[in-house]
Design a protein around this ligand. Structure first.
Ligand SMILES: Nc1ncnc2c1ncn2[C@@H]1O[C@H](COP(=O)(O)OP(=O)(O)O)[C@@H](O)[C@H]1O
Ligand SMILES: [Mg+2]
Length: 350
């Protein structure tokens, strides 16, 4: 009761608080609901908030509709589901979607990464170890499918196309039959992948989230995090600082809940400040890029900007630049990146 009255007062004063769920003695909240299959420690916030069904997966209506059709059709015909490539920048929901596909299709899921498969013998070992009819999820699949990495790619093509493993035995080429499987690849770099590679998959490109999707997502995530209650306007404020990126929204919420666990209540603006997030949710590396562009006052190439931000050029292009461009803070020209007036405003306010 006292907590509710205090909250009402603070809200009237415009102070936003996170709070523990009720006014019983403050105890460390348990993380997520314990599920029967769960052993060991409770899951992390990221695992707790991850959608478990297609219905919980917010937005991406086109991708969901297409996927549900191909999954249903494969199930109705009793066929192996075709290979699927999910393309999107970091944190937009590729891994989540891949797991939902496997779940909906009802097949065992084996997870690996493109980098892992590039190790000698790893592809053969992984493919031969697959349970029959499995879904093989390959994160960062561009590790295998980038232009010019043909040796592993060739072996992979045969496996994808005809479920055989090609190799050499006693100097002779051999084809070893494999169990049938569905490959789901996730990539942040579809544009740099070999066309022959991409064409073997149903390509699903995730789209940018609208603000209302993000608000809904923040509310759904917060509802799953025990011990975290958001005041009414908080979901919008968090969405605005998420750069419309579900992973960043999840990280803000996870930190807010950690702060609540430790301190009982916490102010929203304190959370943003501690995470170094300004109004547009820009992080240090993005601000560094804007600062540098402003200083130079002319076009700068991606490599130089990546260097300034302390990331690789690929990382810069895949996960720093897209939001800067979408938010209208920079523009890309043939001669390099330019800061916009809106971008300059960010460097002075943050
Ligand atoms: N469409 C969505 N609806 C709800 N939550 C989402 C959605 N997309 C992503 N998330 C959440 O955002 C976080 C990042 O998603 P993830 O699938 O790991 O992204 P990616 O694999 O593309 O980097 C996860 O915590 C996930 O639960
Ligand atoms: Mg992922």
């Amino acid at each position: 009761m006292i907590a509710a009255a205090a909250d009402a007062l603070l809200r009237r004063l415009g102070v936003h608080l996170y709070e523990v769920v009720d006014d019983s003695p403050v105890v460390a909240p348990t993380i997520g609901q314990a599920e029967p299959a769960q052993v060991g420690r409770p899951r992390t916030a990221a695992e707790t908030v991850r959608p478990r069904t297609f219905d919980e997966y917010i937005g991406q209506a086109d991708a969901k509709a297409r996927l549900q059709t191909v999954i249903q059709a494969a199930c109705l015909r009793g066929e192996q589901l075709r290979h699927i490539l999910v393309s999107a920048p970091h944190g937009l929901g590729k891994t989540t979607l891949a797991r939902l596909i496997a779940d909906e299709y009802g097949a065992p899921l084996v997870e690996t990464t493109g980098g892992q498969l590039m190790k000698s013998g790893a592809l053969a070992e992984t493919l031969m170890g697959l349970p029959d009819g499995a879904v093989l999820f390959i994160d960062e699949i561009h590790g295998v499918g980038l232009k010019g990495q043909s040796e592993v790619a060739e072996q992979f093509y045969a496996a994808l196309d005809s479920f055989v493993l090609q190799g050499m035995r006693d100097g002779q080429p051999v084809s070893i039959p494999l169990p049938s499987f569905t490959c789901i690849g996730a990539t942040t770099a579809a544009g740099r992948m070999d066309r022959a590679f991409v064409s073997r998959f149903l390509l699903v490109e995730l789209t940018d989230y609208e603000r209302e999707d993000m608000v809904q997502m923040v509310e759904a995530m917060a509802a799953k995090l025990d011990g975290l209650t958001l005041p009414a306007s908080a979901a919008g404020a968090i969405a605005d600082r998420s750069r419309m990126n579900p992973r960043q929204a999840e990280q803000i919420l996870a930190f807010a809940r950690d702060a609540v666990t430790v301190r009982g209540t916490v102010e929203l603006r304190d959370v943003f400040q501690r995470l170094g997030l300004g109004e547009l949710g820009l992080r240090r590396r993005e601000l560094t890029v804007l600062g540098h562009l402003q200083q130079v006052g002319g076009p700068v190439g991606a490599a130089a900007l990546a260097n300034m931000a302390g990331v690789t050029k690929t990382e810069y292009e895949d996960s720093v630049e897209p939001w800067l461009e979408r938010a209208g803070l920079i523009i890309r020209t043939p001669r390099g990146r330019l800061i916009t007036r809106r971008g300059v405003a960010q460097t002075t306010t943050s």
